[in-house]
Design a binder for this molecule. Structure first.
Ligand code: SF4
Length: 314
């Protein structure tokens, strides 16, 4: 847990639960397990119990103590809808997210069935984004469960991407993150799988974020795809306009940290918009301008474009 994160699409992590169990092929080289198991048996260490599931009630109020708005990845070391996390504890996490409304919270699960089941009993404030991991077409149905969740932003993490997602239905999805696997035994990602999902996001006006190629380490292969960075973020809610600026800065800093191999380019993501949290289905047009549909309005930040400006950036 940290008030900062090296994960490209977030700014901080908050782990009121740690530990998990594997549920699908994307879990095979779980970074959280590898990290946690390193400390198993060390008395007093937060991961003394390794990757065994553990609730941390004393961490629940942490985001309330962070005064600066952040994008917060919740349970980066677990899965919020793990079957052994009591519903009451999930409710407490949601209550904190609602009260800490100056942050945006990003939830990600592979337990789509429990997510869909509990979603109806939970309150979904506009600062909570819900995502599912989809590593190959066998698990594309997780998106169906996600579509039933009334979150302001629904996103898919196709990382590690282990196969093509040509049949994945992107209706009702606002953001797609894709990337290859990293770490020992990493499985390689095919560029055509990435191009396919990126191009489909383009056509459907869905924000697309290419996180990494993967390899021996998460940074080993960089994150340039077809000569540019793909760093779209979904729109931020109006009262979190400062957060949008923060997110933009964070992505920009990371983009600038690593040289592009092909040419000298800079990606300039712009997160300058807001959306009506009650009606997330309507996206802005290509230029980020307002577009309405049945009285529903949403704005989306403009795609970061590659700019050949002589700077050496990522
Ligand atoms: S669901 Fe996520 S946290 Fe749990 S084992 Fe799989 S990859 Fe790891």
């Amino acid at each position: 847990m940290a008030d900062h994160s090296t994960i490209e699409w977030t700014q901080a992590t908050w782990n009121p639960v740690t530990g998990c169990d594997k549920v699908s092929p994307g879990c095979a080289h779980c970074y959280a397990e590898t990290f946690a198991e390193r400390w198993r048996g060390i008395p007093g260490h937060p991961y003394e119990q390794g990757f065994d599931l553990r609730l941390w009630p004393d961490r629940l109020d942490l985001p309330l103590r962070w005064s600066r708005p952040r994008l917060v990845f919740v349970n980066s070391m677990s899965d919020i809808f793990h079957e052994r996390i009591p519903f009451e504890f999930v409710q407490k996490i949601f209550d904190v997210m609602k009260r800490a409304d100056w942050h945006v919270f990003q939830l990600l699960t592979k337990r789509h069935e429990r997510m869909a089941e509990l979603a109806q009993q939970l309150e979904w404030p506009s600062n909570v984004w819900m995502g599912v991991s989809i590593e190959n077409e066998r698990f594309a149905t997780r998106a169906d469960a996600l579509r039933r969740v009334p979150a302001a932003v629904r996103f898919i993490s196709a990382e590690p991407l282990l196969g093509p997602l040509r049949d994945l239905d992107l209706a009702g999805i606002h953001w797609v993150i894709a990337g290859g696997e990293s770490g020992p035994g990493h499985r390689s990602v095919d560029i055509e799988w990435l191009r396919d999902i990126r191009d489909r996001c383009e056509v459907a006006n869905i924000a697309f974020f290419f996180k990494q190629w993967g390899g021996r380490t998460s940074k080993a292969g960089g994150r340039v795809l077809d000569g540019q960075y793909w760093s779209d973020m979904p729109a931020s809610v109006s009262r979190q306009s400062d957060l949008g600026t923060l997110a933009q800065t964070a992505v920009q800093i990371r983009n600038e940290a690593v040289p592009v191999t092909e040419g000298r380019h800079r990606t300039v993501p712009q997160i300058d918009s807001q959306f009506d949290s009650q009606s997330p289905r309507t996206l802005a047009d290509k230029d980020g301008r307002r577009r309405t549909n049945g009285g529903r309005v949403q704005l989306r930040g403009r795609r970061g474009r590659t700019v050949a400006d002589g700077s050496s950036t990522r």
